[in-house]
Design a protein around this ligand. Structure first.
Ligand SMILES: NC(=O)c1ccc[n+]([C@@H]2O[C@H](COP(=O)([O-])OP(=O)(O)OC[C@H]3O[C@@H](n4cnc5c(N)ncnc54)[C@H](OP(=O)(O)O)[C@@H]3O)[C@@H](O)[C@H]2O)c1
Length: 293
């Protein structure tokens, strides 16, 4: 099949592209960076260099494809993150329609059942709705849990402050996923037939914030690493110090509140998937390599 992958060689799109090429499909990978062309071609895929902000570019690349995998990239500096996410969703819808695509696998998120109160995930809720309006298009919305790799952003906090923390307490339940388990699920959906518009949740493990801290702490030789609950104000200020815009920091802090109140997981709990193979302890080894490297 002729398949278009957005998200360059990112956490999901990289392993997904490798699997699809290995299975004999014709893959085109969209990247915004000319320098990635060589790496994409080395995997056996074709590179399409351009931006998901450019509908004409997307339409040209999508035309003639059997399946398109859509994902909205992060934008750490955005002044209106939800509007950016919605805009990319609308770009995809316009390009999919113009290109006459009939099968889409869309990367959404756990919590996308809620229209508000979840930070950036509310934008992904809107993207689902925008895509669902397309006539005659079969769509699978992947709703993965919170990525293990998010903890890589806390390495500086651990190194400089000797703590791990967020705006929720140590007892908060976290539903987590290894991006490679998402790639496996995306591979299945892309290569198998489906009809209509459906949702698939993907998770690999469940831990409390305190358990995560103990596992990561042990993996890096700091078994006493404490989890510290921040106020919302401290959370926003800390993220801004780490280089995120005020709007993105506020959005991610709101997402933390939805984790604390458990609303983020409520629809997932009604449609629980079989957990993926890659457990948090396995990720902790990857985390330790990154921390020490
Ligand atoms: N973090 C979570 O817990 C979580 C949970 C649920 C869902 N999600 C979703 O997962 C996404 C991240 O997926 P991922 O980890 O696989 O991605 P990723 O590793 O962050 O890679 C995304 C890639 O997209 C490319 N890109 C950025 N801006 C672009 C543009 N304007 N046009 C074209 N390409 C562009 C970049 O590569 P180039 O430099 O090569 O262009 C970037 O590396 C999030 O954005 C969110 O939508 C995240």
């Amino acid at each position: 099949m002729k398949i278009i992958i957005t998200g360059s060689l990112g956490n999901i799109s990289g392993p997904l592209t490798a699997q699809l090429v290995k299975a004999g499909h014709q893959i085109t990978v969209i990247s915004s960076n000319e320098n990635k062309k060589e790496d994409i071609e080395a995997l056996g895929a074709k590179a399409a260099i351009g931006s998901v902000e450019d509908v004409d570019f997307l339409t040209k690349v999508f035309t003639g494809a059997d399946v398109v995998y859509t994902m909205v990239p992060q934008q750490a500096q955005s002044n209106d993150y939800k509007a950016f996410i919605r805009k990319i969703g609308q770009n995809y819808a316009n390009a999919l329609k113009a290109a006459g695509i009939t099968k889409v696998v869309n990367l959404s998120s756990i919590g996308a059942h809620l229209p508000a109160g979840t930070g950036p995930i509310a934008g992904m809720h809107d993207v689902e709705e925008i895509l669902n309006k397309l006539d005659g298009v079969n769509i699978k919305h992947l709703r993965p849990a919170s990525f293990y790799y998010n903890f890589n952003h806390n390495i500086d906090m651990i190194k400089h402050m000797g703590i791990l923390g967020a705006n929720y307490p140590a007892g908060t339940r976290l539903v987590l996923v290894h991006p490679k388990d998402i790639a496996d699920a995306a591979f299945e959906e892309i290569t198998q037939p489906f009809t209509g518009t459906t949702i698939r949740y993907i998770s690999s493990d469940e831990k409390t914030a305190g358990e995560v801290t103990a596992i990561l702490g042990s993996a890096i030789g700091k078994p006493e690493l404490p989890w510290v609950e921040f106020s919302d104000e401290q959370s926003v200020a800390g993220m801004q110090q780490g280089g995120l815009s005020e709007d993105v920091s506020k959005n991610l802090t709101e997402m933390g509140t939805a984790m604390k109140s458990r609303t983020l997981w409520e629809d997932y709990d009604k449609h629980k998937p079989v957990l993926g193979n890659r457990k948090f302890e396995e990720f902790a080894k990857e985390f330790a390599e990154k921390y020490n490297g």
